[in-house]
Design a binder for this molecule. Structure first.
Ligand code: NAD
Length: 492
C-alpha cells in the first residue's frame, strides 16, 4: 500500500516555492513499498546561485542581522511553536519519506522543536568584551554574523540534522541556504513554509533541492558563501573541505562512525542489552553514532548476546506508519543491498550470524527495503564489516579478558564519534572515558544527545562541533574596535 502525497515539493527561495530552473522533477519512492510517494523539483547550479544571491540580499537589506537578538529569538520561538503545533504531520512526512517508525520520527521532531527553543534562548546573548589597553583608548569586541551560511544535510535524520546547524546560524543573524539530501527533502521544504508565519524575513531561510555534486558544490563554491556545515560521509566531507579551503571559508564536518560499546565484567546486562539494541537497531542502524561494535568481557558474553538475540528476533518490522512497528525499512533499495553485502562478506570470511543476516521472509515486506536486525560474532578484526561504517542494523560482537585490550580495540578505527562504556565502577567509568579516542562518550547509556550538549567527532568523524552554549560562535566573527579617546581632552 503506497501513500502518495498529492503535492509537489519545490525549492523554497526568497519566501516563495518555485520549480527548478530546468523544470525537472523526480519521483521519490516510499522506502517501505518502493511505490511513488511524492514529486520533487530538481534544482540546478543556476538555482544554487539564485538562492545565494537572494540570501545575500536578504542578509544585507532585511533587519534580521541588525535587529536586537531578542527579535530573532521571538521568531525562532514562534517557529518552534508552529512546528510543535504541526508535529504529527511533520513526523508522518518524515516517516513516509525516510522510513523510520512514527515513534522515532515524533522524537526527531520534538528534538527539532527543542533545538529552536534552545537557540532562541541564545539569540540575545551574543556578547563581546572590553579589553584594557594603554593610554586614552577604549577597546572592545563585537560578534557579528558571517553573512550567508551553507548547510548540507544527510538522509538519516533529515530535519533534525539540518536544523541542528540552521537554528544557531539563524539565531546569530545569518541568512541560510540549506540543501537537504536528495532522497529526503520533504520536511525541510515543509519547515521553510512556516518561516514566513514565524516572522523570519523572506530570503533568510532558503532550501535548494537537487544533487550534491551539482547543487551542493555550487553552494560551497559560491563567492557569497561564508561558512559550510556538512553532515554526511567522510568522502564528500573531505572534498567540500578542500573546496572551501580554496576560498578560506570555515567548515564544520559531522561525518561517519564505527561506535565501540565496551561492556566491563560488572555491567548491568539487562540495561546494557536494551541500550545496545536501541543503539544499533534504532533508525534501522542508519546512525552515524550507531553502537556497531560490541566489545564485551568474556564472562558476560553469553548472557548479553543471548539477550541481544532475543531483542533482534522479536523486533517487529514494517512500514514506519504502521502501529507497533519497531524497525522500518532502510532508506533505499541500493542501501539495503549495500548493507547485505557487508553481511555476506563477513559470513564468507568466517563470521557467525547470531541473528538476522538477510531480508525478512514475510510476503508483506518483500517490496520494501527491509533488512532484519543482524548480529555477527567473531568476524575477523580485519574484515570490512568490523572496520567500515555499515550504516545499517548490523552489530559485530567480540569479547575480551583484559580492559587494556578492549580499549585498544575500541580505539582501533579511523573513526572517533561516540563510544559507550558499561560498568558500575565510578573510577573505571571516568578513567576509561578519558582513554577512549572519540568526540563523545556515554556511560551506562544508549547513544543520546541534547541540544545543550556538544556533538563532535574526533579523528575521521569530523571537524568542529555542533550544539551546546558555544554553538553560535562558529556562525559569528569577532571584530575588534579600538577607539582613541582624544588625548584625554574633553570634546565640547
Ligand atoms: P552523503 O555524504 O552521501 O550525502 C550527504 C549530503 O551531501 C547530501 O545532501 C548529499 O546530496 C550531499 N552531497 C553528496 N555529494 C556532494 C558533493 N560532491 N558536494 C556537495 N554535497 C554533496 O551522506 P549520506 O549518505 O546522506 O549520509 C550518510 C553519512 O552521513 C554516513 O557516513 C553517516 O555516518 C554520516 N552522518 C554523520 C552524522 C554526524 O553528526 N556525525 C550524522 C548523520 C550522518
Amino acid at each position: 500500500m503506497a501513500t502518495t502525497l498529492e503535492a509537489t515539493f519545490e525549492l523554497y527561495i526568497g519566501g516563495k516555492e518555485q520549480p527548478g530552473s530546468k523544470g525537472e522533477q523526480r519521483t521519490l519512492l516510499d522506502p517501505a513499498t518502493n511505490q511513488p510517494l511524492a514529486r520533487v523539483a530538481v534544482g540546478s547550479r543556476d538555482d544554487a546561485r539564485a538562492a545565494m544571491e537572494v540570501a545575500d540580499r536578504a542578509f544585507r537589506e532585511s533587519n534580521w542581522a541588525a535587529d536586537d537578538g531578542a527579535r530573532r529569538a521571538k521568531a525562532l520561538w514562534k517557529l518552534a511553536g508552529l512546528l510543535e503545533a504541526n508535529a504529527d504531520a511533520f513526523a508522518r512526512l518524515e516517516t513516509l519519506n525516510q522510513g523510520k517508525p512514527l515513534r522515532e520520527a515524533r522524537g526527531d521532531i520534538g528534538y527539532v522543536v527543542r533545538t529552536f527553543e534552545y537557540f532562541a534562548g541564545l539569540a540575545d546573548k551574543v556578547e563581546g568584551e572590553t579589553i584594557a589597553v594603554p593610554g586614552p583608548r577604549f577597546d572592545y569586541t563585537v560578534r557579528e554574523p558571517l553573512g550567508v551560511t551553507v548547510h548540507i544535510a544527510p538522509w538519516n535524520y533529515p530535519l533534525l540534522l539540518a536544523m541542528r546547524s540552521v537554528a544557531p546560524a539563524l539565531a546569530a543573524g545569518n541568512a541560510v541556504v540549506l540543501k537537504p539530501a536528495s532522497l529526503t527533502p520533504l520536511t525541510a521544504v515543509a519547515l521553510a513554509r512556516l518561516a514566513k508565519e514565524a516572522g523570519i524575513p523572506d530570503g533568510i531561510l532558503n532550501v535548494v533541492l537537487g544533487s550534491g555534486a551539482e547543487v551542493g558544490e555550487a553552494l560551497v563554491q559560491d563567492a557569497r558563501c561564508r561558512s559550510v556545515t556538512f553532515t554526511g560521509s567522510g568522502e564528500v566531507g573531505s572534498r567540500l573541505a578542500l573546496l572551501a579551503a580554496a576560498r578560506l571559508v570555515p567548515v564544520t564536518l559531522e561525518l561517519g562512525g564505527k561506535g565501540p560499546v565496551v561492556v566491563l565484567a560488572d555491567a548491568d546486562v539487562d540495561r546494557a542489552a536494551k541500550a545496545i539494541g536501541f543503539g544499533i537497531f534504532g533508525n534501522a542502524g542508519q546512525m552515524c553514532w550507531a553502537a556497531s561494535r560490541l566489545l564485551v568481557h568474556e564472562s558476560l558474553r553469553a548472557p548479553l548476546v543471548e539477550k541481544l538475540r532475543g531483542i533482534a528476533d522479536r523486533m517487529k518490522l514494517g512500514p514506519g506508519v504502521q502501529d507497533g512497528v519497531e524497525m522500518g525499512p532502510l532508506v533505499s533499495q541500493e542501501h539495503a543491498a549495500h548493507v547485505l553485502e557487508y553481511v555476506e562478506e563477513a559470513r564468507s570470511g568466517g563470521g557467525q550470524v547470531v541473528a538476522g543476516g538477510s531480508r525478512p521472509t514475510d510476503e508483506a515486506l518483500r517490496a520494501g527495503n527491509f533488512v532484519r536486525p543482524t548480529i555477527l560474532a567473531d568476524v575477523p578484526a580485519t574484515s570490512r564489516a568490523v572496520r567500515e561504517e555499515i550504516f545499517g542494523p548490523v552489530l559485530c560482537v567480540s569479547s575480551f579478558t583484559d580492559v587494556d585490550e578492549a580499549i585498544r580495540a575500541a580505539n582501533d578505527t579511523p573513526y572517533g564519534l561516540l563510544a559507550a562504556l558499561w560498568t558500575r565502577d565510578l573510577g573505571s567509568a571516568h578513567s576509561l572515558a578519558r582513554r577512549l579516542d572519540s568526540g563523545m562518550v556515554v556511560v551506562n547509556e544508549a547513544p543520546t544527545s541534547f541540544p545543550q550538549t556538544p556533538f563532535a567527532g574526533a579523528k575521521s568523524s569530523g571537524l568542529g562541533f555542533e550544539q551546546g552554549a558555544r554553538a553560535l560562535e562558529p556562525f559569528t566573527r569577532r571584530k575588534n574596535v579600538l577607539v582613541h579617546l582624544g588625548g584625554g581632552k574633553r570634546v565640547a
